[in-house]
Write a protein that binds this ligand. Structure first.
Ligand SMILES: NC(=O)c1ccc[n+]([C@@H]2O[C@H](COP(=O)([O-])OP(=O)(O)OC[C@H]3O[C@@H](n4cnc5c(N)ncnc54)[C@H](O)[C@@H]3O)[C@@H](O)[C@H]2O)c1
Length: 412
């Protein structure tokens, strides 16, 4: 998604070259799927020798061909020169065996989201690579310490959470586990900058920054529609046209896939010990159970024509006008933003990320019009706290709990 974001990664032409002779000279990327091939392209573009590994026969070679085609497209658009495209491709080697890797400064794992697979792979890599090789995972949801469990020298394990597609999306979450060495985090953060990326740092907390803070964007809208306060098209209209979000929450979940979005939400819910804040909605569960997964199945919240165009009812603008600025429980914008602010300040309060990094992550990772903490400051953190208290009174049960950071003055 978000393919209209500037191709920031492509501007990094050879800026990683300071590291060419240093410890990061050779980068291995394990897993040549959607993410691994994109990450390999970014690393090779930045000047590294890259070994792209996938045990499926032909997968890494095919990924290299896709990268070649992507470089050709960039060249035809005048974004890179022929020489640069050729040199980038020459630096990229496809391989079918992790056991044949040269010594690397950095290994980035992008295999399927399976803890046992990743844990085994990291243990194996840690035996074969020198003690100062950084072992990074592109996991979107698994705890870094769990992946590092059987690793020799686990202080070199960290998360490098790229967004899809990696050559286009500037944001990278640099995730540290309990024992990750701050020096490695520092090195890798600098390296991501050299690759033309915008790194943000966070602890290995469920959902990291983006997938955690974004939960209420989907959940509040689903609850408002489920309660019959407003229809989906009106809620989406309010968030888009009044809130400035690039897409409304309901159309966005159709775009992502209701099943994919539900899986991310369920993972955060389970990892937080079934915190009521992240309880999946019946609204979304029903959509998934019915196989109405969104665009990819032709039907989700909305219906889609064969060419992908949406058949969306007209929003009820008169209703929208009445809801926005009214009681927070029925105001899709105020309710959503209050909960986004609450999630964001919660991360900072728990010491899991800085306010600046949370705001940067939400602007770049999901293109929010403003960082939620900056937004909360504009609204007034005390006002947000009062809005959440109002929501708690309307919907008791623990879902609407203001973070202490909203009232303790620490954010002013
Ligand atoms: N797709 C996304 O939008 C996205 C975004 C951010 C992070 N991630 C994370 O990135 C990782 C990869 O996701 P993806 O979408 O690229 O998956 P994918 O299914 O497209 O690719 C995974 C690749 O790994 C290969 N593979 C399987 N076992 C392997 C092994 N033992 N060694 C090496 N390669 C192996 C597969 O053959 C496949 O080519 C996952 O952890 C995912 O959660 C995905």
């Amino acid at each position: 998604m978000d393919t209209d974001v500037t191709e920031a990664g492509q501007n990094a032409t050879n800026r990683g070259s300071d590291d060419d002779e240093g410890i990061f000279a050779t980068v291995a990327v394990i897993g040549a799927g959607a993410m691994g091939s994109g990450i390999a392209q970014v690393a090779a573009t930045a000047g590294h020798r890259v070994v792209l590994v996938d045990p499926v026969i032909g997968a890494a070679v095919e990924a290299r061909q896709r990268i070649e085609a992507a470089l050709d497209r960039l060249e035809s658009k005048g974004r890179i020169s022929r020489e640069h495209a050729e040199a980038t491709l020459e630096r990229l080697v496809a391989s079918e065996s992790v056991h044949e890797l040269p010594e690397c400064g950095l290994v980035i794992e992008a295999v399927p989201e399976d803890l046992h697979l990743k844990r085994r792979l990291f243990a194996d890599l840690s035996e074969r690579q020198p003690a100062n090789t950084v072992l990074a995972t592109n996991t979107s949801s698994i705890d870094i310490d769990d992946i590092a469990r059987d690793v020799i020298d686990p202080e070199r394990v960290l998360g490098l959470h790229f967004f899809n597609p990696p050559p286009v999306m500037a944001l990278v979450e640099v995730v540290h586990g309990e024992v990750t060495s701050p020096a490695f985090v520092e090195h890798v953060t600098a390296l991501m900058r050299a690759w033309g990326k915008t790194p943000v740092r966070c602890a290995s907390t469920p959902g990291f920054i983006v997938n955690r803070v974004a939960r209420p964007f989907y959940g509040e809208a689903q609850r408002i529609v489920e309660a019959g306060v407003a229809d989906a098209a009106t809620v989406d209209w309010v968030l888009r046209e009044r809130g400035g979000f690039p897409m409304g929450p309901l159309e966005l979940t159709d775009f992502i896939g209701q099943d994919v979005n539900l899986a991310v939400g369920t993972s955060v819910w389970e990892q937080t010990g079934h915190d009521e804040r992240y309880t999946p909605t019946d609204f979304q569960r029903r959509l998934v159970e019915a196989g109405t997964l969104g665009r990819k199945t032709g039907k989700g919240v909305y219906t889609y024509a064969a060419d992908g165009s949406v058949e969306r009812p007209e929003p009820d603008l008169e209703l929208a006008g009445r809801l926005v600025g009214g009681p927070v429980a029925t105001d899709p914008l105020a309710r959503t933003v209050a909960m986004l602010v609450n999630e964001a300040v919660g991360l900072v309060h728990r010491g899991e990320a800085s306010a600046e990094d949370v705001d940067t992550a939400m602007r770049l990772g999901v293109r929010y019009p403003r960082g939620p903490i900056e937004w909360g400051g504009e609204i007034g953190f005390d006002v947000v706290a009062a809005q959440i208290a109002e929501l708690d009174a309307a919907f008791p049960g623990g879902r609407y709990r203001p973070s202490p950071a909203l009232t303790d003055g620490s954010l002013r």
